[in-house]
Design a protein around this ligand. Structure first.
Ligand code: ATP
Ligand code: MG
Length: 231
């Protein structure tokens, strides 16, 4: 579905990712863990075509898309939910849904919003920027439902949210996975991502330092064993 082969990438003269290999199968959920600055966001941006790799290959949906623009990845069915939510803060919730809705089907989009996140229904006329952090993340996640992608890359969906809101967000991610959508879930806090994932990659200083099945490793082992952090 998605694969990166020996990908090296960075910004200007700085190398961030170093010979990264990563694969995500059809309908598979992959957790991508690692400390601040490890290169997680850079990896997702490279996998979505927003950053061109300096070396290596990025393949998606059976095609080599290395060096192609992000639109090519999006058209092939890849959806990146960026760090910082990626919604339009000055537009209303309704207008954000309008932008996301396939073929301009606003009624269907509002219906989906209502089913998944009923709290958003009362917020349709409100600007997205005035929503709570949790509501903003729900609105951001709706894009992964409304644009019907085959793979979704999620960057720190739970950042700054209360545990109960994180439950809601992860339930929605789980539902996407059950629909057969492939997921890459970036998290700084390992537990929830591991619970959802089939496989896990640990990134440290731009290198994959561990790859394996999610049920064969604990959050504690990742922190202490692979990252040398206090757990
Ligand atoms: N646009 C940029 N220009 C230059 N350097 C950048 C840019 N974006 C990120 N970096 C650098 O690349 C490195 C990896 O950053 P990245 O955002 O990918 O890490 P991360 O694992 O997502 O961290 P976090 O957990 O804090 O989100 C960092 O050293 C960062 O300073
Ligand atoms: Mg990041």
């Amino acid at each position: 579905m998605l694969s990166m082969h020996a990908v090296t990438a960075g910004y200007g003269g700085t190398t961030v990712l170093r010979e990264v290999d990563l694969t995500v199968g059809e309908g598979e959920v992959v957790a991508l863990l690692g400390p601040n600055g490890a290169g997680k966001t850079t990896l997702l941006r490279t996998a979505a075509g927003l950053l061109r790799p300096r070396a290596g290959r990025v393949e998606f949906a059976g095609r080599d898309l290395t060096g192609r623009p992000a639109q090519s990845f999006a058209r092939a069915g890849l959806c990146l939910l960026p760090e910082g939510r990626g919604i339009f803060p000055s537009l209303t919730v309704r207008e954000n849904l309008m932008v996301q809705a396939r073929g301009g089907r606003l009624d269907a989009a509002i219906e989906t919003a209502h089913e998944l996140f009923p709290v958003l229904t009362a917020r349709l006329p409100q600007t997205a920027g005035s929503l709570s952090g949790g509501e903003q993340q729900m609105l951001a996640l709706l894009r992964a439902y409304l644009t019907e992608p085959s793979a979704v890359l999620v960057d720190e969906a739970s950042l700054g949210l209360a545990p109960i809101v994180v439950d809601t967000i992860y339930a929605a991610l789980g539902q996407l996975a059950r629909r057969g959508v492939s997921l890459v879930v970036v998290e700084q806090y390992a537990q929830r991502a591991l619970a959802l994932a089939d496989r896990v990659y640990v990134l440290s200083q731009g290198r994959v330092v561990h790859a394996g099945r999610a049920d064969e490793v604990s959050a504690d082992e990742i922190y202490r064993g692979y990252l040398g952090l206090p757990s």
